[in-house]
Design a protein around this ligand. Structure first.
Ligand code: LRH
Ligand code: MN
Length: 392
């Protein structure tokens, strides 16, 4: 049996190594179809986005990578962008393709009935692989907006066959150390059938492609009431969980701060990660945020989100695994549930403050950033130009 102190110490060790990848697009303006609110000091280009993301790492010590979105983050010289990132103490991470803003993809991109449109969409992904070779990134994240709005609009099986063929072309172009991470979403922007609506469909395509294809689980992409931690357990069991897009939601794909809407769900997800020994830096699971800060300041919003993931992880690391295993195997329902809730009910903020201070980081990154004057500085400096983000 481990003692609470032993669990606390091994939790501290694991938390010191945890890293969360930030989305470049979270630092630009974002909103809904009703309104995109501009914010003073918002970045005007990928270099400024990287600088803002680096502030999150500087204060949390847990966000050393930034994922890019193409073409939102297209630059003339990705080597220069990677050098800028290094100067700022971060690296460039996952490359996200984008086939959801081009008129040609109205009836589909990789699934489109028109071979010329499919070829164009495949070409875009091959361009993303070239970006990865320039940035040193290893993961190509594919989320397809592809879908239909009305029954009969298109043949569901033909679209899957076309999708499989297009994905195979992209997969064949991967370097040996690259991965495709394939994201699913149950609705939006289409409202009858999305072509990759659920984890099963993404997994089937990944299994058909090969070992370098993994599933991305975006916590905002499930039907209400879905037991997401069950999907996590199953994908880990299949060895095909490649990455998370963490955010939270009350209703749809709200992309709110991770843990803000449902901290208990985030804890249950991280509990399956810890139980599946997938928190290790070499587990192959990339923990990322995918959020939009429509009304709140973006850098503090990202800092708060990283802290929320750390808190959920810390609670999951404090679960007494031996005791809960015994209670589960002996059918002691209340004891087993009670042991999980004990961990969830633990205030882990002092433990996290200790871990941060032991690494020379501020005990409270959110408060430390607020006191840094960074936002005031960039508001004064970033005058003119076009702010990055939706609607830019
Ligand atoms: C789609 C999605 C995807 C990104 C986009 C910004 O909803 O989750 O991961 O490409 O958001
Ligand atoms: Mn996502």
């Amino acid at each position: 049996m481990t003692t609470p102190e032993q669990r606390r110490q091994s939790a501290a060790d694991a938390l010191a190594q945890q890293t969360i990848e930030l989305p470049s697009w979270a630092f630009g303006n974002a909103g809904t179809r009703f309104k995109v609110f501009p914010t003073a000091g918002v970045p005007r280009d990928p270099f400024e986005k990287i600088s803002d993301a680096a502030q999150v790492h500087r204060h949390t010590g847990a966000a050393p990578r930034v994922s890019l979105h193409i073409p939102w983050d297209l630059v003339d010289d990705f080597g220069k962008l990677a050098a800028h990132a290094a100067d700022e103490g971060v690296t460039l991470g996952t490359i996200n393709s984008n086939v959801f803003q081009d008129d040609d993809y109205k009836l589909g991109s990789l699934t489109n009935a028109d071979p010329a449109v499919r070829r164009k969409a495949v070409q875009h992904h091959l361009q993303c692989l070239d970006v990865m070779r320039a940035t040193g990134s290893k993961d190509l994240k594919i989320w397809l907006p592809d879908g239909t709005n009305y029954p009969g609009q298109d043949d569901l099986r033909d679209r899957q066959d076309r999708l499989a063929e297009s994905l195979a072309e992209i997969y064949a172009a991967l370097d040996a150390d690259m991965r495709i991470v394939l994201e699913y979403k149950f609705f939006e922007p289409y409202f009858y059938a999305m072509d990759i609506p659920d984890w099963g469909t993404s997994l089937l395509h990944c299994l058909a492609l090969g070992e370098q294809a993994m599933v991305v689980l975006d916590t905002g992409h499930h039907a209400p009431g879905t037991n997401i931690e069950f999907i996590v357990a199953q994908l880990l069991r299949a060895g095909r969980l490649g990455a998370f897009d963490f955010n939270s939601r009350f209703y749809g794909d709200d992309d709110l701060m991770a843990g803000a809407a449902d901290p208990f769900q985030l804890f249950r997800i991280m509990n399956e990660i810890v139980r599946g020994d997938a928190l290790r830096p070499d587990s192959g699971v990339n923990f990322m945020l995918d959020q939009c800060h429509n009304i709140e300041e973006k850098v503090p919003g990202q800092i708060r989100s990283v802290m929320n993931v750390q808190e959920a992880t810390a609670k999951a690391l404090l679960v007494d695994r031996e005791a809960i295993g015994e209670a589960q195997r002996s059918g002691d329902v209340l004891a087993a549930n009670g042991l999980l809730m004990d961990a969830y009910s633990t205030d882990v903020r002092p433990l996290l403050a200790e871990v941060r201070e032991s690494r020379g980081l501020p005990a409270d990154p959110y408060r430390a950033f607020a006191a840094s004057g960074y936002l005031e500085r960039v508001r004064a400096e970033r005058v003119g130009g076009t702010q990055a983000g939706w609607g830019a």
